[in-house]
Design a protein around this ligand. Sequence first.
Ligand SMILES: *[C@@H]1O[C@H](CO)[C@@H](O)[C@H](O)[C@H]1NC(C)=O
Ligand SMILES: *[C@@H]1O[C@H](CO)[C@@H](O)[C@H](O)[C@H]1NC(C)=O
Ligand SMILES: *[C@@H]1O[C@H](CO)[C@@H](O)[C@H](O)[C@H]1NC(C)=O
Length: 429
Amino acid sequence: MLGIVLFLIILFVFLWKLTVEVKENSPPTFSGWIPIIGHLYKIIGGRERLSRTLFDLGEECERKGGVIGFYVGAQRHFVIVDPEDALTAANSSLSKHAIFKQAEPWLGNGLITSGATAFGINVDQDSEFCNKYIHACEKLIGIQTRKFQNIWLQSDLIYRLSGFKKKEDELIKYVHQLSNSIVQRKRMERKERHKEVKSATKMQSLIDLLLNLSGDQVFSQEDIREEIDTVIVAAFDTTSWSLTYALLVLGSMPEIQEKVAKEIEEVLGPTDRNLDKDDLQKLVYTEAMIKEVLRLYNVLPAVLRDITEKVQLKNYTMYPGDQCMILINNLNRHKAWGLDVEQFRPERWLGEAELPEHHSAYFATFGIGRRFCIGRIFAMYSMKTILVHILRRYSVKSDLAKLRLTSDYVTKPVSGHFITITRRINAVN
Ligand SMILES: *[C@@H]1O[C@H](CO)[C@@H](O)[C@H](O)[C@H]1NC(C)=O
Ligand SMILES: *[C@@H]1O[C@H](CO)[C@@H](O)[C@H](O)[C@H]1NC(C)=O
Ligand SMILES: *[C@@H]1O[C@H](CO)[C@@H](O)[C@H](O)[C@H]1NC(C)=O
């Protein structure tokens, strides 16, 4: 009896392994594979564990040539850190990864793109709205992270019974109400100033542009709300954490901070005036500094894609039904950056000569290939603007050596991220 059971188990495991690895041109498998559940156990158990697994994946992937297989149950994920393969994968597969489908009831089909809170509202006047909105979004992200990490919650029935579904629905409804109210108010405002002539240089908010399209019956009110929710959520965490990392870096590297402060003074003079587009372009060193922050402290750990057609990588083949995970951190720290790849050195961005050849594949913070982030330029502008406003009044101090990070959807500090600010002696008012 025992013999038969044992035989059946072995047969089952053998067949299972076959279903997983039989596909042609499979990459090496990530270590720790277990029959039936694959590597699932490596992503269950909280942020720290997920973070550890992401790190191990990157490290092992590099060691094994640039591409490995990671299995959630029988679901195969291609983990890629080879820059050429990463570009091929990013270019040929434009679908969103399954994770984003989870977010769909909330974001609709709006593109998940980093961008900016180009909402066109006054933050002071709408501070209550902003607080409520962001608070609700954070709760939603919390629930969805939980759903991702706890496979049983992905069963609709259990999800419903657990009470999370009800909570999620309530939050979604609330967020929609909030953004709808803004869309509606904007519509009214537009009607009122309908005849107003706008100056050509005035920057328009995203919502204004979208509303213009809705006038032409291109976008429905629902479409607009989706776009706005997506842009805000995508931009909120990414931009604010990137700024946090920028301040942490500046606080620990006084020489770099002084260089940035000096450039700001040179470009803007001893005034408190707002920046215009020309100023933004003149802040060359500041931009290089921000890029270096984005390279070494990228907020999103991976570019994720659903594979919908056969994709030929250098050594392996991805098939429809596979998932693909391009690890941003490993591209940003690829050896093509040179021996000082781990060093924070804004100067490397000041000339083409020091950048890796085809450096777009080695700087993946905004994604790579055809579907890189459409909010890239806006994100850069808003980060520069905020840094200018902070640094011309204050100097910052921090201790980067104490910084500890974890990653799930986004990379966040767990400790060592405190910043001291001091008013500059010669500060503008
Ligand atoms: C492809 O295979 C070669 C030879 O086995 C190996 O050196 C290389 O790292 C592999 N490249 C990728 C991206 O898998
Ligand atoms: C990917 O797309 C980008 C932008 O369209 C292009 O410059 C690049 O050559 C493409 N690379 C590959 C490997 O398809
Ligand atoms: C709206 O579209 C019209 C042309 O259809 C254009 O003249 C106008 O500048 C647009 N307004 C905004 C806010 O984009």
